[in-house]
Ligand binder design. Structure first.
Ligand code: KIV
Length: 257
């Protein structure tokens, strides 16, 4: 496949408009220059420097260990690829507990090269979301299973099966829309609830383990490529066994010298 890059810079408004056009959004994560460049050459319109960084690159047990300094370092590396794609960065754990911290840390991620930011939660962080948007920074919501809450939750589980959770997810999605978010990631949301929210809200929903009826899908790229053979996830179908192939090539080279 020939490598070519679009000259048209994708904004958060352009991502939002994809829903109105009925264009599905294919989003992926990247944490460095080469992966950002590759995804951009393929025409992925939204690239997330996710705090999944902690598990898939830095070897932490979960995302709660990721710091602002680590996020900034990886956002800078991804931004050096100057993607046409919208480059979104995750706000790490405890970086948006107050309105002042949220705005300051969102600005730091923008200074590192992010063009939009994402944080986990709905009504409980809505003042932070409003303040970030008022500061001129496009905001992507994240509802459902919130990995930064994995310790309180006691694991990763599907959200929205219980009626109270279902109603809370709908109210959180409405609140994020009213605050001005341009999109919402729905992680491990029961597929009928993800479908209902996707039909209800005017902004795109981007699902991960939330069924096929979201306006887009996002995956952690190393999961898609089979780079982490030590973990297996129900919602990801590996499209490549990159780890196996890398091991084989390294073995072959080792035996040549
Ligand atoms: O950190 C991340 O990669 C994410 C995706 C799972 C959506 O938030």
């Amino acid at each position: 496949m020939t490598a070519s890059r679009s000259n048209t810079k994708i904004s958060s408004d352009a991502i939002r408009a994809m829903k109105a056009r009925g264009k599905k959004i294919a989003a992926l994560t990247a944490y460095d220059f080469p992966m950002t460049r590759l995804l951009d050459e393929v025409g992925i319109p939204l690239i997330l420097v996710g705090d999944s960084l902690g598990m898939v690159v830095l070897g932490y047990p979960d995302t709660t260990c990721v710091t602002m300094a680590e996020m900034e370092h990886h956002v800078r590396a991804a931004a050096r690829a100057k993607p046409a794609a919208l480059l979104v960065a995750d706000m790490p754990y405890r970086s948006y507990e107050s309105v002042a911290d949220a705005v300051e840390n969102a600005r730091r991620l923008v200074a590192a090269g992010a063009e939009a930011i994402k944080a986990e939660g709905g009504r409980e962080i809505i003042n932070q979301v409003r303040a970030i948007i008022a500061a001129g920074i496009p905001f992507c919501g994240h509802l459902g299973m919130l990995p930064q809450h994995v310790h309180e939750e006691g694991g990763y589980r599907v959200k929205g099966k219980k009626e109270a959770e279902h109603q809370a997810l709908v109210a959180d999605a409405d609140a994020l829309v009213a605050a001005g978010a341009f999109a919402i990631v729905l992680e491990l949301v029961a597929p009928p609830v993800a479908r209902e929210i996707s039909r209800r809200v005017p902004i795109p929903t981007i699902g991960i383990g939330a069924g096929p009826d979201c306006d887009g899908q996002i995956l952690v790229t190393p999961d898609l490529l089979g780079m982490l053979p030590w973990f297996s996830l129900k919602h990801v179908k590996r499209r490549l066994n990159a780890a196996e192939q890398m091991r084989a090539v390294i073995e072959e080279w080792k035996n040549l010298i």
